[in-house]
Ligand binder design. Structure first.
Ligand code: 2PG
Ligand code: MG
Length: 402
């Protein structure tokens, strides 16, 4: 049993250059943990707010005055007690006083130091009951960016390579191959254009959503034919972002809920989608349920903004059979204890979970350990960019320890 003797919180920046914080925690025996809070752009309405009013500077002041005195000296091994103390100091339902970003960084940094103190790999310290850590997540890797992550791109936010293999190295190789093939297809289509990459490292191009999906699906097919790796197309629509006044608004037309349902069912059938995240607005539990009923035997239907990793929202989703999978982001709820409550509830219902990065992220690898420990079906962490490969490389380290 060791106690926390060093504790700090500092201002840093994420991959978008937005201000965030990182926490450092150490006990008296040299066990240390450091972690920062990632940040979203297409945040769900029910996520905990990242910062108190006044932003990061106010968060740092509050940490010094209120959190540090309460947390210093606590038992490092007591994960629940640590996270409960964060809630107690905050005193609100949703970390609106201290900020979910502060809670996230402190919860994670303590967990990393704790695993060090216990002398076990991080994934093992996070292992869920009944698991042995031998499962490997498929890679949900962003190849083409749209929505809020790529101005001028398609309405759908993310076009993914869903890459699975018993060998993690092959899953990573497959995802990278699809990313490359998408890039080549875009360069061939727009020879005069200087193409770039968006917030999550996927390509950005002036294509519509359907056109983008056609390019992605063809790229998956080419890679499958050339390598025999299992790569299939998937989407995160982040549909709340283009839902307005009861309609899903595309460039030159709009669809009501039934129209969106019919359109998406056709896409699943035509392109063999294996992953569909947030196909409807974040409050449209009924649309989610109809869609899951129609295609849930063929594809993962993943809820992100609809659940925001909240166990209460997930409970409603399970009761209404709104999807068959839930996206998991620690900073949507602020602590690992709350996050694991959601993971455990999903697992008890027979749903799969997908561990996810944020569009503004950090070059840290803990998410790979989280995915393995939580038995996640997928690791959604992008493909290219330092903050994205940090997670893929950590998964490779976990899969093939030195
Ligand atoms: C999402 C995420 C991550 P953001 O919608 O799933 O890909 O985006 O972090 O901007 O919410
Ligand atoms: Mg999403």
């Amino acid at each position: 049993m060791s106690r926390v003797v060093e504790l700090s919180l500092r201002a840093i920046v994420d991959s978008r250059g937005s201000p965030t914080v990182e926490a450092e925690v150490a006990d008296g025996e040299g066990h240390r943990g450091r972690a920062g809070a990632p940040g979203g752009a297409s945040t769900g309405a029910h996520e905990v707010p990242a910062w108190p009013k006044g932003g990061v500077p106010v968060a740092l002041e509050q940490f010094q005055k209120e959190l540090r005195p309460v947390l210093l000296g606590r038992e490092l091994e007591d994960a629940r007690g640590w996270d409960a103390a964060l809630h107690a100091v905050d005193g609100t339902e949703e970390f609106s006083r201290i900020g979910g970003g502060v809670a996230t960084a402190l919860s994670l940094a303590a967990a990393i130091a704790r695993a060090e103190a216990l002398g076990v790999p991080l994934w093992k310290s996070w292992l869920r009951p009944g698991l042995d850590g031998s499962g490997r997540p498929m890679i949900v890797g962003n190849c083409l960016n749209g929505g809020r992550h790529a101005i001028g791109g398609p309405e759908f936010q993310e076009f993914h390579a869903i890459s699975s293999s018993p060998k993690t190295a092959d899953a990573v190789r497959g995802a990278i191959a699809v990313h490359r093939a998408v890039g080549e297809a875009l360069h061939a289509k727009f020879p005069e254009l200087a193409l770039g990459r968006g917030d999550e490292g996927g390509w950005v191009a002036p294509v519509g959503s359907l056109e983008g999906l056609e390019i992605l699906a063809r790229a998956c097919e080419e890679v499958r034919d050339a390598t025999h790796l299992a790569v299939h197309p998937g989407l995160d629509l982040a549909a709340s972002e283009f839902f307005n006044d009861g309609r899903y608004r595309y460039r030159d037309h709009s669809l009501d809920a039934e129209g969106q349902h019919a359109f998406l069912v056709r896409l699943v059938e035509r392109f063999g989608l294996r992953y569909v995240e947030d196909p409807f607005d974040e409050e449209a539990f009924d649309s989610f349920a109809q869609f899951t009923h129609a295609v849930g035997d063929r594809t993962l239907v993943v809820g992100d903004d609809i659940y925001t990793t909240s166990v209460a929202r997930l409970e409603r989703g399970i009761a209404e059979r709104a999807s068959n999978s839930v996206l998991i982001k620690v900073n949507q709820v602020g602590t690992l204890t709350d996050t694991f409550a959601t993971v455990d509830r999903a697992r008890a219902a027979g749903w799969s979970t997908v561990a996810s990065h944020r569009s503004g992220d950090l070059p840290e690898g803990w998410l790979a350990h989280f995915a393995v420990g939580a038995g996640s079906r997928g690791l959604k962490c992008g493909i290219l960019g330092g903050e994205r490969v940090a997670k893929l490389n950590e998964l490779l380290r976990v899969a093939a320890p030195a």
